[in-house]
Design a protein around this ligand. Sequence first.
Ligand SMILES: [Zn+2]
Length: 52
Amino acid sequence: MTDATPSCGYCPHCGATIPTGFLLITYDAAGERSAFAECPDCESVVTPADGA
Ligand SMILES: [Zn+2]
């Protein structure tokens, strides 16, 4: 049915799509949802950037 890999955003460093499986933690800060994820490409812990 769904062929697309679920992603939680893009790495702000290298631009790679970050699959949801790479999410480490999500949290609410000042009313905004934020998250940390490990980039599968550059292996940095980043805050995923939303794609347009
Ligand atoms: Zn990256």
